[in-house]
Design a protein around this ligand. Structure first.
Ligand SMILES: C[S@@+](CC[C@H](N)C(=O)[O-])C[C@H]1O[C@@H](n2cnc3c(N)ncnc32)[C@H](O)[C@@H]1O
Length: 225
C-alpha cells in the first residue's frame, strides 16, 4: 500500500510510547510551562503530540503549523483539539489573543527569525509568556560545526551563540525568566568516528551537569509591554 500523506513515525500517534528524544523534549517543555494557564497557542505544532501533552493545563490550546500534512495528521489524531494551517510569517489571530505562546524548535525553519518572533510577540498579551526552544547553539555538536565552517541551521539561523539567542529575545521585547534544556544522550545516532568522540565529550558534559552544552535549550520569557 502506498503510504498516505500523513505517515509520521508511529510514536507521534495518540497513546503511543514516545521515543527517547520526544520524551525528553516533552518533559523539558512541560517543566518550562509549569504553572501557566489561560489561552495558549502552539506555534509550529508539528504532528500535534506536544500540543496534546500541554492541553490539560490550559483553558484552551490551539496549534498552527505551516505544513499541511502535519496539520491534517494532528487534527485527525488529536481531535477535538484545534489545529490550523498558517502562512510562513503570519497567522490569522488578532493581536494579543493568547496568554501563552509555545514555539518549540520552530525558529531554525522559518524564513525570517525576526519576523517570526515579532509575530509571537504580536499574538501575546502584555505580560504573557513565550515558551521557546531551539537546538542549543553552544552544544558541542553545533560548536564543532561552526568551527568547521558548516551551517548550523540553515543560512539564516547559523552562527548565533546561546548568549546571542538570549539577546535576540531581549531585543525583541521579551524578558528571559529562566532557561531549561536537555541532553540527547551520547551514542544515539552515531555514524562515524567523529560522532564517537562527540558522544564521549557529551557524556562527560552530561555527567558534570554542564547546562551550557545541552543539546536543546528552552527559554521561558515574559512579553514586556
Ligand atoms: C522540528 S518541528 C517541531 C514541531 C513541534 N513544535 C515539536 O516540538 O514537536 C518544526 C515545525 O515547525 C513548522 N514550521 C516551520 N516553519 C514554520 C512557520 N513559518 N510557521 C509555522 N510553523 C512552521 C514545521 O512545519 C514543523 O512542524
Amino acid at each position: 500500500m502506498m503510504p498516505g500523506p500523513a505517515s509520521p513515525p508511529a510514536h507521534f500517534r495518540r497513546g503511543a510510547t514516545a521515543d527517547r528524544h520526544q520524551a525528553r523534549r516533552t518533559a523539558t517543555v512541560l517543566e518550562l510551562a509549569r504553572g501557566l494557564c489561560g489561552r495558549a497557542l502552539d506555534y509550529g505544532s508539528g504532528w500535534g503530540d506536544l500540543t496534546a501533552r500541554l492541553a490539560p493545563q490550559f483553558h484552551e490550546i490551539v496549534g498552527v503549523d505551516a505544513d499541511a500534512e502535519r496539520v491534517e495528521f494532528a487534527r485527525a489524531e488529536y481531535a477535538p483539539l484545534q489545529f490550523s494551517l498558517c502562512a510562513a510569517e503570519r497567522t490569522d489571530f488578532e493581536d494579543q489573543s493568547f496568554d501563552v505562546v509555545c514555539s518549540i524548535v520552530v525558529l531554525p525553519f522559518v524564513p525570517s527569525a525576526d519576523r517570526y518572533l515579532a509575530e509571537c510577540r504580536r499574538l501575546l498579551r502584555p505580560g504573557g509568556t513565550l515558551v521557546f526552544m531551539v537546538p542549543n547553539p553552544d552544544s558541542l555538536r553545533m560548536m564543532i560545526r561552526r568551527w568547521r565552517g558548516r551551517p548550523v541551521h540553515g543560512r539564516r539561523w547559523g552562527g548565533l551563540t546561546r548568549a546571542e539567542v538570549r539577546a535576540f529575545l531581549v531585543r525583541n521585547g521579551f524578558r528571559v525568566e529562566r532557561e531549561g534544556g536537555f541532553y540527547d544522550p551520547a551514542f544515539e545516532g552515531v555514524r562515524n568516528a567523529g560522532d564517537v568522540v562527540l558522544s564521549l565529550l557529551s557524556a562527560v558534559a552530561h555527567r558534570l551537569k554542564l547546562s551550557g552544552r545541552w543539546s536543546y535549550v528552552g527559554f521561558r520569557c515574559q512579553r514586556l509591554p
